[in-house]
Design a protein around this ligand. Structure first.
Ligand code: FRU
Length: 487
């Protein structure tokens, strides 16, 4: 392993572990000026293995500092996914002096020959802002006689009943539990029979309230990730439900299936706990990979990165509701404008090419369709490699084609189509963030997102824009490059 080979593909704007393997984000919590990002981590290898909780902190959600490992395996098992929160009122008794952090996670114990693994929920707490952790001596706090898949606790405080509420992934359902002290748990309800997509095991649930934009109405949003199942091509992905919650039971509005992201690389996303009321945002981030090929991606000495943190909101759309997501506003300070694009593009003429020469960049485009049938953005990584973003205005789809983007042959599934359907509107708004080894796309102010890994030899050096079969007008559009490093 050379320094060069380790640096290859390392993101500049996204969080990746310094060394070895990472999967799901865990224990996302804000406390005393820091955002904490814990993560599923194998510190011995760059493939999945005995799980620990790695740890990183940030003051601005963009620049992360990796700290020592927070949680190590013990006699109850390795440390699978879970959440963290601030016990403000010392409900646990762990914090007689001042509030601190509690982690609620799954202990995973291999069952030995012919036996299924045992999964149970446990606690750990910290008096020093997550640097040192003590496991609770009464672990585990929640077990099940028969359920083999019994994991990924996400816990929040529900003020109306003055109880903690836990979402837990239990096979093909989400089980809801409640507790007054995080130690004694009582079963409340189970959600998911005959609802949503069941093509893989349900994992990493989350539930939170959001105000519907432009109203005082509150709806609850449930995220449920679905694991990879080789019988289906889709791979691992995340669905969401919108409904009502009464402290015990979640009732969805309808039986519609909603996808959080139309790319292959946004999984196990969950939201931050304890963001101050004065801020009021709901922010989540996901693991930017897919279980279909996560262990094979062509990085050396480290593996996987997180999506950018995204703020989520809720809009009424037609008869229903829709989750809107956009990168957190903290990202803006990391970019400076390189060039304004204001141009009519005709498919009979040449496209527009802009050179970039930076390690990462952002494109914000406003496109008036006029009469074109389509539009293409090519991100060039050197002479031979490019990633294509192709808009079809007849079908109203956007496709990210990474077939020529660089290293692709580590998995057949990496070349699966990534297609996003958008509403038939005259004006399209796009935000595209391109880092060393990823593309994140937000369409129409965050109505839809598409997240995709790429492994090009070089960062994006040139962007070209082409109209197909007609004319489009690109107005008020900008290309942004890293701040302070403009050439
Ligand atoms: C999701 C997941 C979780 C589990 C963890 C193990 O990607 O399978 O359900 O807790 O990863 O690393």
């Amino acid at each position: 392993m050379t320094v060069e080979s380790i640096q290859k593909y390392k993101p500049k704007l996204h969080f990746a572990p310094q060394k070895n393997w990472m999967n799901d984000p865990n224990g996302l919590v804000y406390f005393e000026g820091e955002y904490h990002l814990f993560f599923q981590h194998n510190p011995y290898d760059s493939v999945w293995g005995p799980m620990h909780w790695g740890h990183a902190v940030s003051e601005n959600l963009i620049e992360w500092r990796e700290l020592d490992i927070a949680l190590y395996p013990d006699e109850h098992g390795t440390i699978f996914s879970g959440s963290a929160l601030v016990d403000w009122h010392n409900t646990t008794g762990f914090f007689p002096e001042k509030p601190g952090l509690v982690a609620i996670f799954t202990h995973h114990l291999e069952g030995g020959k012919g036996k299924v693994p045992k999964q149970s929920q446990s606690l750990a707490y910290s008096h020093d802002n997550g640097r040192a952790w003590k496991k609770f001596n009464g672990n585990p706090v929640l077990e099940h006689e028969s359920k083999g898949d019994f994991r990924d606790p996400k816990v929040f405080w529900y003020e109306e009943t003055r109880r903690w509420v836990m979402m837990l992934a239990t096979g093909q359902t989400v089980s809801i539990y409640s507790s007054v002290n995080l130690i004694d748990w009582q079963s409340e309800s189970e959600f998911g029979d005959n609802l949503g997509v069941h093509e893989g095991v349900w994992e990493c649930p989350d539930l939170f309230p959001l105000k519907v934009e432009g109203s005082e109405e509150i709806k609850w949003v449930m995220f449920v990730s679905i694991g990879d199942n080789p019988e289906y091509n889709a791979g691992s992905r995340t669905q969401y439900f919108i409904g009502a919650f009464d402290g015990s039971k979640f009732t969805p509005e309808d039986d519609s299936v909603n996808w959080l992201d139309f790319g292959k690389d946004n999984y196990a996303g969950v939201s931050f706990s304890d963001i101050p009321k004065t801020d009021g945002r709901r922010i989540y981030l996901g693991w930017m990979s897919n279980w279909q090929y996560a262990n094979q991606t062509p990085t050396v000495g480290w593996r996987s990165q997180m999506t950018l943190p995204r703020e989520i909101s809720l809009q009424r759309s037609g008869e229903g509701y829709k989750v809107i997501q956009n990168p957190v506003h903290e990202l803006v300070a990391h970019f400076t404008e390189q060039e304004k694009i204001d141009q009519v593009l005709n498919s009979t003429g040449e496209g527009r090419t802009i050179s970039v020469q930076e390690e990462y960049m952002k494109l914000e485009l406003n496109i008036k369709k006029l009469n074109a049938d389509g539009f293409r953005i090519s991100l060039h990584h050197g002479e031979e490699q490019f990633t294509d973003i192709v808009f079809d205005f007849v079908k109203n789809t956007l496709t990210v084609d990474r077939a020529n983007s660089g290293e692709v042959d580590f998995s057949d599934r990496f070349l699966d189509k990534q297609v996003l359907p958008f509403n038939n509107v005259e004006n399209l708004q796009l935000q595209i963030i391109v880092d060393t080894s990823s593309v994140e796309l937000f369409v129409n102010e965050g109505e839809c997102a598409l997240t995709s890994l790429i492994y090009p030899e070089k960062p994006c050096e040139k962007v070209s824009l082409f109209a197909s079969d007609g004319i489009i007008n690109i107005m008020d559009s900008y290309i942004y490059v890293p701040k302070g490093r403009q050439k």
